[in-house]
Ligand binder design. Sequence first.
Ligand SMILES: NC(=O)c1ccc[n+]([C@@H]2O[C@H](COP(=O)([O-])OP(=O)(O)OC[C@H]3O[C@@H](n4cnc5c(N)ncnc54)[C@H](O)[C@@H]3O)[C@@H](O)[C@H]2O)c1
Length: 396
Amino acid sequence: MTSLPIPNRQPGTPRPLGVAAIGYAFMGQAHSNAWRTVANHFDVPAFEQRVLVGRHAEAVATAAKKYGWSETATDWREVIARDDIDIVDICAPGWLHAEIATAALAAGKHVLVEKPLANSLAESESMVRAAQAARALGVRSMVGFNYRRIPALTLARRLIADGRLGTIRQVRASYLQDWLADEESPMTWRLRKETAGSGALGDIASHAVDQVQYLLGDTVTEVSGRLHTFVTERPGPDGPEPVTVDDAAWATLSLAGGAVASVDVSRVALGQKNALRVEVYGTTGSLTFNLENPNELYFLNGTEPIEVQGFRRILVTEPEHPYISGWWPQGHVIGWEHSFTHQIRDFLLNIQSGTDPSPSFEEGMGVQHVLAAIEASSAAGGATVAIPALIPLSKD
Ligand SMILES: NC(=O)c1ccc[n+]([C@@H]2O[C@H](COP(=O)([O-])OP(=O)(O)OC[C@H]3O[C@@H](n4cnc5c(N)ncnc54)[C@H](O)[C@@H]3O)[C@@H](O)[C@H]2O)c1
């Protein structure tokens, strides 16, 4: 592939990078907010919020005005063919990720795609192949596991990598929500296998599994899992419809380095709103984090005398902490949405410096393998399922 057009992505080139976002609902709004604020807080290459894409002309026009996009379109294919678009930010549902991302990469556009990478392993593989071909020509790709860029979790990874916890033995990652606890909650694309791929598994276990691998800098080698659907039918536009995905998932994971992790996720955990909790236990220290208090990381130093040991609250708002120097004075807390701003900052800096972003599509596919293995394990009554060693799909 030598004919791939290279986008205008170098600093100092005549025009700013042109950005198009596809989707204007939940993630479309969160990403738009990040595009709108990133240059106020971080030194990033010049870009323009050029086109917002959605299926309904009037609704997308209203959203574009509100979110700061100059133009709108209803066909993403036309937008990725435009010469003045350099970056495609995919905020559409999972069933569209592979089609849009592979087409955009083939057109030489840098691609940021929301998690999970895709709805199936086959789609993930096609995306990795497209990313590898594009990478060889300087085109970047990234999957949106935004929680890596919550400063407290970025710090947690650093502390673990620096050996502050010793050898990691055990991780607990849970992600609990309750927006489907009500049996009358209507059908959406998220509750149909053909549109969502899976339920809580792909939606939120993807984040939890990514955190386990990210924090430890390690990969899952085998899993045992279980899925369950508590509410099997929900109101659709034409009467009750079967729910074809899981409401909750549980898994134990073995990691290559010897640690063991447990993951449990649910969208029917009544009272839990958006509780991503992570606990990491090592031979000389421990860490805990809860997304409902995103500025706080709790650290126990097991090398201190036992009579003074205890979990210490680190308020992750010092300029020395990851990303914080771009924001406010210490103690002036930040929130959930800032992780998307950090994601776009890093993506833009990768484009500027000609380096590969992380999480890459390969990392996204790695998560996909773990999710597929949990599904296979559940179907086999909780049997242990090995994750295949990931073989690079094509040469860089
Ligand atoms: N990172 C996170 O924390 C997080 C949170 C929620 C969702 N997500 C992910 O973001 C993605 C989108 O989820 P969402 O919650 O924003 O969904 P949503 O239903 O709120 O929005 C989907 C958007 O895609 C648009 N769309 C659908 N088909 C389209 C088409 N053919 N062309 C153009 N636009 C189209 C819809 O109009 C809508 O604007 C999913 O992959 C989801 O898993 C990530």
